[in-house]
Design a protein around this ligand. Structure first.
Ligand SMILES: Nc1ncnc2c1ncn2[C@@H]1O[C@H](COP(=O)(O)OP(=O)(O)OP(=O)(O)O)[C@@H](O)[C@H]1O
Ligand SMILES: [Mg+2]
Length: 268
């Protein structure tokens, strides 16, 4: 593996008596896209929130770009971008205005922020809708805008919690292409969570399957398929079912519905 940028060792988190993350360890190398998979409630978001310093770990260690999430949270925040599971763009503003607010919060100087906003709008293929209200955007456009917001300070690491939930297949592919280019053009290290096995297979160099707070297995999609019956015989769906004992349901789960509803409600 290339030089690790995300190093997680024995990470734990309780909510009351319930242990949601039970001693999870893994590493992500520079320039890798790592996919965190697992059924609803497995602990994916809880891990992402700990790694982005939003939630305090109760045990274990995590370092991002060599900085400890517990002891050096401000330094960790400087080197990461985060796109949460819930909506993070304002529907009553244009895409450009959303980016401008983020850039101002980051304290970017006028010329610098104009340059970066322009660059990101072009890179994320949002130039044509830059001055349209976000509530008029398609789901794919909103997601690409949110990724742009998280990229304004040029982070080395990007965390994406279910980046394509509720998107149609075309919009989903659009996001995948942008993520692939981020890795290629900016050598970005990316950790994403997903329920879509095709997404994990297409976008991720390595994946980890989480179940009830524990990391059950990590490896490249090819290695995991091999481990349950060979690269041609098995799909990542088979891998998921094998390691979690759960079949993936088609047609969306509650979580997805909740997400889609929240999106449409916020955007009015
Ligand atoms: N703030 C909280 N208070 C109490 N319990 C919580 C809290 N946040 C998460 N949990 C519980 O911790 C477990 C892990 O939740 P988490 O959101 O990390 O799962 P997830 O893998 O992201 O699931 P999903 O695929 O549905 O997004 C779940 O049982 C959840 O109910
Ligand atoms: Mg989640």
């Amino acid at each position: 593996m290339p030089q690790p940028v995300i190093e997680v060792s024995g990470l734990r988190r309780f909510f009351g008596d319930f242990e949601a993350v039970r001693g999870v360890s893994f590493a992500v190398g520079a320039g890798e896209v790592f996919g965190l998979l697992g059924p609803n409630g497995a602990g994916k978001t809880t891990i992402v929130r700990m790694l982005t310093t939003l939630l305090r770990p109760h045990g274990g260690e995590a370092r991002i770009c060599g900085c400890d999430v517990r002891r050096q949270p401000a330094r960790v925040r400087q080197c990461i971008g985060y796109v949460p599971q819930a909506l993070s763009a304002d529907g009553s503003l244009t895409g450009y205005e959303n980016l401008l607010i983020f850039a101002k919060i980051l304290g970017l100087k006028k010329r610098e922020r104009e340059r970066r906003i322009e660059e990101l709008l072009a890179f994320m293929e949002l130039e044509e809708v830059a001055h349209v209200l976000v509530r008029k955007y398609s789901g794919g456009m909103v997601r690409r805008l949110e990724i742009s917001q998280a990229m304004l300070h040029r982070p080395r690491v990007l965390f994406l919690d279910e980046p394509t939930v509720g998107l149609d297949p075309v919009a989903r592919k659009g996001v995948w292409e942008r993520l692939g280019d981020l890795r290629k053009n900016y050598q970005m290290t990316i950790l994403l969570t997903t329920h879509y096995m095709e997404e994990a297979d297409t976008v991720c160099q390595r994946v980890g399957i989480l179940d009830r707070g524990e990391m059950v297995v990590t490896g490249t999609p090819a290695q995991l398929k091999e481990s349950v019956g060979g690269p041609t015989a098995a799909s990542l769906d088979d891998v998921f079912a094998h390691y979690t004992g759960k079949q993936l349901t088609t047609g969306g789960n509650y979580n997805e519905l909740k997400q889609v509803r929240r999106l449409s409600r916020r955007l009015g």
